[in-house]
Design a protein around this ligand. Structure first.
Ligand SMILES: [Zn+2]
Length: 277
């Protein structure tokens, strides 16, 4: 059976088109997932523009942020049934015996292959997903929202696992893209006051930040959080040099979590950091 799919077929910029592809066969430990919702990740924009820094297994169907309904199950699948509402993780293929996988850090396993670049993703009707990647979606959560599980987890990992936000802290988020806004929401849930910084062309996104209860501005706020600087900075700009701004506004003994990186090399004068009072 054939299905239409959004296929990235070469590294040349703009090599993405709608193609007819075969509905995949499923292995005995996988399900055939009927896609209900996909989110567009910045990484897909990079693959479309040919500006990505990772190996792509061309031709490949895009998308790694998706949720849907189980349409068929492999012979050894017991924990999922046809009709179940599910959301998928992104690491489609991993080495379960690598040292990182055995620590639970399978998302960092160097041989992993993700949906949308290593194996076929979900910008189509049906995608093959190993049960290891799947989670049931509670009935109260729309699949449209469940497709955002991965970017929400990026924000959770950055703000909860790798930062130290306490109630009453002042936290600045650099970059009002989806990841920045989700990081801001996580910091708000931890009890912080959050300011989101963007550029003039980010006005629409900054307005969303305001609607979500954050302070939003196009300039780094002077003395916001006190004369010493802010307790923490989350850099979600995707520009390596934004680390300089973070170093200038964080207070002594504060923290910086850098979520977004750009391709340009980062050269910094650490004196702006060590020279703080
Ligand atoms: Zn993503």
């Amino acid at each position: 059976m054939q299905q239409p799919a959004v296929v990235n077929y070469a590294s040349v910029p703009l090599s993405v088109e709608l193609r007819d592809v075969h509905v995949p066969e499923i292995s005995e430990d996988a399900v055939l997932l009927q896609v209900d919702a996909v989110a567009v990740c910045g990484s897909e924009i990079h693959q479309w523009q040919g500006t990505h820094s990772w190996d792509v297994n061309y031709p490949v169907i895009l998308s790694h942020e998706f949720a849907g309904t189980v349409a068929a199950v492999g012979a050894r699948v017991a924990e999922f049934s046809v009709g179940d509402r599910v959301v998928s993780e992104t690491a489609a293929v991993i080495d379960p015996h690598s040292s990182l996988s055995r620590q639970g850090l399978y998302n960092l396993d160097p041989v992993r292959k993700g949906f949308g670049y290593g194996v076929d993703g979900a910008m189509t009707h049906f995608v093959c997903v190993p049960t290891r990647c799947l989670h049931h979606v509670p009935p109260v959560v729309p699949l449209f929202h469940a497709a955002l599980a991965e970017p929400c987890n990026v924000a959770y990992n950055a703000v909860v696992n790798h930062a130290s936000v306490r109630p009453g802290d002042y936290v600045v988020v650099l970059g009002p893209g989806p990841i920045g806004l989700l990081c801001g929401l996580m910091a708000r849930l931890r009890g912080a006051a959050v300011a989101v910084i963007g550029l003039p062309h980010d006005r629409e996104r900054l307005d969303i930040a305001v609607r979500l209860g954050m302070f939003a501005t196009e300039a780094v706020p002077r003395d916001w959080g006190g004369s010493l600087g802010v307790h923490g900075v989350i850099d979600a700009t995707g520009v390596s040099a934004a680390l300089h701004t973070a170093l200038q506004i964080v207070r002594p003994a504060g923290w910086i979590t850098k979520v977004g990186w750009g391709p340009e090399p980062l050269v910094t004068r650490w004196t702006c950091w060590s020279g703080k009072p």
